[in-house]
Design a protein. Structure first.
Length: 368
């Protein structure tokens, strides 16, 4: 076990510069995939399927919303267990994208092997061409995170989302689903993202210290909720808050959180609503207001909020702001872990857990 020298916050604060690099180098990074498809393969391309576990799964879900908007073909996200054991039709003209930051996820590799055996097109998205899965894949797409020292993945989530979004945008442009004017507008928004992303961690720390920290700490469960891409962010925020400060957390799609879960909400649940100000703006504000006024435990985050105790910030635009919300969730998990007294520099000892199960080829239960 190696003692950590880089903090989780260090990793979160590194994300804007990596997002900028992915955008600037997107043509070079995407070239292998586009060459692999070729003109004929691109013209026949009928869909994309993102496959991954853990943070790789939540990044796939988050990215799939923009990808569906721009790629001109259906895009779906699924987990490898469903893909391997409960999928009964595989489209021969789809592109299958298998995501594993370390390239060691056993079941994601098994899913990739299914598609390789059929001779269908597949890509591995990983931190390096030298990861085990990347070495065996017919095509590689760099997720742009480099080596992430901290085991609770934050960089890998954000760079994977953006990398998949950029790939879908380019495919949509080449298939004629995105006009030159639309492509330029998307690129301008993507260019704004790093600057809008930079202040979010410190803004979140200040907000928690002054306004919201006590609500989260005293709660038995944190409920993150949002719609569209913010649903993916809610899922990832719950993963990070469960694995880092080890606080029971769930991620819910906004509408689904009002069908059943709403009857169980009480003052022990801190409901954090990610609101991008879009079509579900009023619904998001209604839920935050309900939890605040009835149970004194609701918080709104994003473009539009309920009151001054919420966290409001400007968005870079509607398409890539999911990574601003992700930075909020990541910082919340980091700050709560400090407040809970967890030593975030201590090496992780998974030896007991690994006597029962191993999800990764190298035994790293924190890898994705």
């Amino acid at each position: 076990m190696q003692t950590l020298t880089v903090s989780m916050l260090d990793c979160i604060e590194r994300i804007p510069s990596l997002i900028k690099a992915i955008f600037e180098n997107r043509e070079t990074v995407q070239k292998e995939v586009l060459d692999y498809l070729g003109e004929e393969g691109l013209s026949r391309l009928s869909g994309m399927v993102f496959v991954g576990s853990g943070t790789s799964s939540t990044s796939a879900i988050t990215a799939s919303y923009f990808a569906n908007k721009v790629a001109g073909i259906p895009v779906s996200a699924t987990i490898p267990s469903d893909f391997c054991y409960h999928t009964y039709h595989y489209d021969p003209n789809a592109l299958y994208v298998f995501i594993s930051q370390t390239g060691t996820s056993k079941l994601t590799k098994q899913a990739m092997d299914v598609i390789k055996a059929k001779g269908y097109r597949c890509v591995c998205v990983s931190e390096s061409r030298n990861t085990p899965m990347a070495k065996e894949a017919p095509c590689f797409l760099d997720m742009g995170c480099g080596y992430e020292e901290y085991p609770m993945r934050t960089i890998g989530y954000s760079t994977t989302v953006f990398t998949l979004q950029m790939l879908a945008l380019e495919i949509g442009r080449r298939k004629g689903a995105v006009s030159d004017a639309e492509y330029q507008a998307y690129c301008e928004e993507a260019l704004r993202l790093p600057e809008y992303l930079k202040p979010i961690p410190q803004m979140t720390l200040d907000w928690m210290q002054k306004k919201s920290q006590w609500q989260m700490i005293r709660s038995q469960c944190l409920v993150f909720t949002g719609s569209a891409a913010q649903y993916g962010v809610a899922l990832e925020s719950a993963v990070k808050t469960w694995e880092t400060p080890k606080i029971t957390s769930v991620g819910l799609e906004l509408e689904e959180g009002m069908h059943g879960a709403n009857y169980g909400y009480n003052s022990n649940h801190c409901v954090i609503v990610f609101n991008d100000g879009g079509v579900d703006n009023q619904k998001a504000l209604s839920l935050a207001r309900y939890m605040r006024e009835v149970f004194h435990n609701g918080l709104a985050v994003g473009a539009n909020v309920v009151c001054e105790d919420d966290l409001q910030f400007s968005l870079c635009g509607e398409n890539f702001c999911c990574l601003q919300f992700a930075a909020v969730g990541q910082t919340i998990s980091y700050k709560l872990a400090l407040d809970e007294g967890r030593d975030l520099f201590a090496p992780h000892d998974n030896s007991v857990m690994h006597r029962y199960f191993k999800t990764h080829a190298d035994g790293d239960g924190n890898a994705s």
